[in-house]
Ligand binder design. Structure first.
Ligand code: NDP
Length: 273
């Protein structure tokens, strides 16, 4: 029987994961079956167990179930524990193992694909939700000069900074306090782009050699990326590389081989213009 995998989320029709994993499987000469599952909060655990019990080997987990997936896992990796969230599951017998590859995927995209080292850089993370929580430990692991978290709800930014304080220099703040402080890397980890909105980040946050990176993807020049371009940021990126890199990590975890990602990223990329 062909090994079965799926991505679970709600909504789920927009997910690119089936397309990405089909390309990986073709490139690696592997046979897998990969589908979308529309989840529901009340029956999330039952749906996961049913998939496992009917021959499922692993799942990708997307919004809004990453926290529930963490609660459900029998065993969570260090990355998943740091994030308090799971974005990939693997079934070993009846045991559910939980991983989180979002942060590794982002760092791999920034340093490997975009050629920007994080070491010694000033990094600004906008947003203090699930995505921010998943990327902070891997970012701090690369030893930036400082990571600053800015959020509309400033208390959430401070609480998040406190949670990761042992891992490196990190502080939480509101948006207003950012004025006049330039950064080498500005990451939009808010959900503003999904609503076509602009987070209230001042133009002065984009330093002269800044990489402006929007974690959302497939939306072209978002209001955040447009502001960055107008502020003179020389390099813009969206989250398609992060998406494909985290998928490659999950594929390796499940299948024991890491697929090449460049062609897959190119096939999904939308021009940022
Ligand atoms: P959450 O709902 O957990 O967090 C939302 C965050 O966005 C909060 O900090 C909220 O601030 C902030 N926010 C929402 N709207 C605005 C706005 N208009 N201006 C300023 N701040 C705003 O979302 P996630 O963390 O799960 O997702 C964030 C983004 O990351 C999404 O675009 C998602 O698509 C992307 N993502 C991309 C991945 C990839 O592989 N490329 C993987 C995971 C996520 P407040 O607390 O003040 O309300």
């Amino acid at each position: 029987m062909t090994d079965r995998y799926a991505v679970i989320g709600n909504p789920i029709e927009q997910s690119k994961s089936p397309q990405i994993h089909a390309q990986f499987a073709r490139m690696c000469g592997q046979q897998i079956d990969y589908v979308r599952i529309l989840g529901d909060a009340a029956s999330f655990a039952a749906t996961v167990r049913q998939f496992r019990d009917h021959g499922g080997r692993g799942l990708n987990v997307t919004a809004p179930f990453k926290l529930q997936a963490f609660e459900l896992a029998d065993e969570a990796s260090e990355a998943a524990r740091q994030a308090g969230a799971v974005n990939a599951m693997k079934f070993e017998g009846s045991r559910i193992l939980g991983e989180n590859f979002d942060g590794t995927g982002l760092v791999q995209d920034i340093q490997g694909n975009l050629g920007r080292s994080l070491a010694g850089r000033r990094v600004l993370v906008l947003g203090a939700g699930g995505a921010a929580r998943g990327i902070l430990a891997p970012i701090l692991g690369e030893r930036p000069a400082e990571a600053v978290i800015a959020n509309r709800d400033e208390d959430k930014a401070r609480a998040l900074a406190q949670r990761f304080a042992r891992r490196g220099p990190v502080r939480g703040t509101g948006y207003q306090a950012l004025t006049g402080q330039p950064f080498d890397l500005v990451l939009n980890a808010t959900s503003s782009s999904l609503a076509g909105e602009l987070p209230p980040v001042p133009a002065s946050a984009f330093g002269p050699d800044c990489l402006a990176y929007d974690l959302s993807y497939g939306r072209g020049l978002t209001p955040f990326l447009r502001l960055a371009r107008e502020a003179g940021a020389p390099r813009l990126a969206d989250g398609v590389g992060m998406l494909v890199e985290q998928a490659a990590e999950a594929f390796r975890w499940w299948r024991g081989v890491r697929p090449a990602t460049r062609l897959v990223i190119e096939s999904l990329a939308v021009p940022l213009a």
